[in-house]
Ligand binder design. Structure first.
Ligand code: AVJ
Length: 334
């Protein structure tokens, strides 16, 4: 959906901006590069077409996938403290906002003190932005929404489109989304974000914490097979959008905790030797060969301290759920 397709009165509290976002050509390039390299890999950002987003939503309801519920618990149990730490916020930016379901916990508290707060959701899915933007306007009668369709990995480009803020900017980056980035990429992303902020601006960062292997592996390989479907949908999407001929039934789902890196790895495992055709390319798989589709990094105090130190933020407070599965960390720009 394009910005022009959304009918809005000119005095609307909703604006929709578009930064350079991913195209079909980017998808094709990433898939070709990933499937012709050794070992084979695909970037997890391509999981989220319409079906993939719906499958991720379903994952959040699974008994094994505690991540979303643990963070909702952190936010709900500490909303007063969190709003207190935010202080006099005039602009609330959310990177990778999605449906902004958890955000409402914070908006309820923040709009009590500042009804005309400016909320800036940044997400690659324009249709989702328009839908959730309209819903939020209906729920919060003075809230102003400036939605930006953009990738979260280089946030400074998207944020450069905004006029200078009148007061403190607070950025939300929730849900362990940062976990998809390798440590160097995570630091590069936070540095880029820091460059778009001024000292005293802040970031609320949601990260999943290290925990026993069995808990982590079950969360990424659930009994119903929803995560397996989420993973295989990447191949289905390549078939649909790029005309490939992957036989989905001959790729298995594997999730394993790589303790040395502190990350869950997801793979698609070829259950036989096979050849796949993809727009003029022939891609051969050995039996047991995998496509590495996702890393999901898990943190502890040391990795969080390093992340903050390397990116120009100071850790001000950390809130966790009762079982210490998930942390929301409040970082202040130095
Ligand atoms: C959306 C990146 C936070 O890593 O836990 C869920 C994605 N992958 N199950 C995560 C995901 C498999 C999720 N993030």
């Amino acid at each position: 959906m394009s910005a022009a397709a959304i009918p809005l009165p000119s005095d609307s509290r909703l604006r929709l901006l578009s930064a350079a976002s991913a195209t079909a050509a980017d998808f094709s390039r990433d898939v070709r590069a990933g499937l012709t390299s050794k070992p084979k890999s695909l970037p997890p950002r391509w999981f989220y077409d319409e079906l993939g987003s719906a499958l991720f939503d379903a994952i959040c309801f699974l008994p094994e996938y505690y991540v979303m519920r643990a963070e909702a618990e952190v936010l709900a149990a500490n909303v007063g403290d969190i709003a207190g730490a935010f202080g006099d916020v005039s602009r609330l930016i959310e990177l990778g906002s999605g449906t902004a379901r958890k955000t409402r916990i914070l908006l309820d508290a923040l709009t009590t003190a500042a009804p005309s707060l400016e909320y800036v959701p940044v997400d690659v899915d324009e249709a989702m932005l328009a839908r959730s933007g309209r819903e939020l306007l209906a729920e919060y009668d003075a809230l102003r929404v400036t939605a930006i369709a953009a990738d979260f990995e280089r946030p400074s480009g998207a944020l450069a489109q905004l006029p200078p803020p009148r007061g403190r900017t607070v950025v939300l980056f929730l849900g362990s989304t940062i976990g998809n980035l390798d440590p160097d990429a995570a630091i590069a992303m936070l540095r880029d974000l820091r460059s778009a902020l001024v000292p005293h601006d802040a970031l609320l960062l949601g990260v999943d914490l290290r925990k026993p292997r069995a808990v982590l592996e079950a969360a990424y390989d659930d009994a119903l097979g929803v995560t397996a479907a989420f993973n295989r949908n990447l191949l289905a999407r390549i078939n649909r959008e790029l005309g490939a001929d992957f036989d989905l039934a001959s790729f298995g789902h594997r999730a394993l905790y790589e303790e040395t890196h502190g990350r869950i790895e997801m793979h698609l495992v070829s259950t036989r030797a096979q050849r796949v055709r993809l727009a003029g390319l022939e891609i051969d798989f050995d039996e047991g060969e995998t496509i590495h589709t996702e890393n999901s990094y898990k943190h502890d105090a040391a990795t969080l301290a390093a992340l903050a130190r390397e990116s120009g933020f100071a850790i001000y407070r950390t809130w966790t759920d009762a079982q210490k599965r998930f942390a929301d960390v409040f970082l202040v720009a130095e």
